[in-house]
Design a protein around this ligand. Structure first.
Ligand SMILES: [Zn+2]
Ligand SMILES: [Zn+2]
Length: 273
């Protein structure tokens, strides 16, 4: 397998670099999440999903646990890169044409689907009594989460989440650049899910083509109800295994349908009382 860990760097130095990249990516995407809300203030004002107030203390807690998660991810990912370099483990490669360009392109959706399936079941199991109180409760302390909650996990959950990466690089060949795209897509979806505001268009949740993708409404509903909607990237497994919230589409419709928006989209001013 390819060499993705430079020879001249010590393991500690490499671990720090990996940690810095994960931390910057987390901060950048969470920042983009807040930035989108500032960029579209009218839409955000109409599209607040939950009435539960967000506190400053909550945001500090979300950021604190997320930094802990970054440390756990950095340790696990560095170990994977080390094992790939020194022991030839895992299918991470650097020559983009090694498995053909078709696979190069397909490896991203394949990695996302593997991660989505793993996340769904790991998440569902973490809601079992006994495990929930000890581990997953930390994430659910945010009843109405913010983008900072994207990595707000108990360290044990951080280890469980990091295993998805180990499974992907064990199950299929993936190019180093695709690993970066995969991580970026994961972060974007994760931040979007915790946005607290539904910025996607009306009809999205019921769309034949896009309705299988995760929405902020769907994951916010999970944080409020503690049951249903366990997916990360998609609602495929929730629909397949019967755990989609029975009111998901109705809630989505209610959050996204209002006269002001219809007027904005059609260009016709609507008089409101
Ligand atoms: Zn949960
Ligand atoms: Zn969450």
């Amino acid at each position: 397998m390819s060499q993705i860990l430079p020879e001249h760097l010590s393991l500690w130095a490499y671990g720090l670099i990996v940690g810095a990249i994960i931390l910057i990516r987390y901060a950048l995407f969470a920042g983009i999440g807040f930035g989108v809300l500032r960029l579209f203030p009218k839409r955000a004002a109409r599209r607040r999903i939950s009435p539960v107030p967000v506190t400053r203390k909550q945001m500090w807690r979300e950021a604190g646990y997320s930094v802990l998660t970054v440390a756990v991810f950095a340790a696990v990912f560095t170990a994977v890169f080390y094992a790939a370099r020194d022991w030839g483990w895992f299918y991470i490669y650097r020559d983009a044409s090694a498995y053909g360009w078709v696979w190069y392109a397909l490896s991203l959706p394949a990695a996302v689907l593997i991660h989505d399936f793993y996340f769904y079941w790991a998440h569902r199991l973490m809601h079992l009594p006994g495990i929930y109180d000890r581990v997953h409760k930390v994430h659910h302390l945010s009843v109405n989460p913010t983008p900072l909650a994207a990595f707000a996990f108990h360290p044990v959950e951080a280890v469980i989440e990091s295993l998805s990466f180990v499974i992907v690089v064990s199950a299929m060949p993936i190019h180093t650049s695709m690993l970066m795209h995969f991580a970026a897509y994961m972060m974007a979806t994760n931040v979007m899910g915790h946005l607290g505001y539904e910025m996607f268009p009306r009809g999205f949740a019921r769309s034949k083509w896009l309705g299988w993708l995760m929405t902020a409404t769907c994951h916010n509903q999970h944080h409020r109800t503690y049951r249903y909607n366990y997916g990360l990237y998609t609602v495929i497994w929730d629909r397949l295994f019967g755990t989609i919230h029975p009111q998901y589409e109705a809630l989505y419709d209610r959050i996204t349908e209002d006269a002001g928006e219809a007027a904005e989209e059609s260009g016709t001013p609507v008089l409101t009382q």
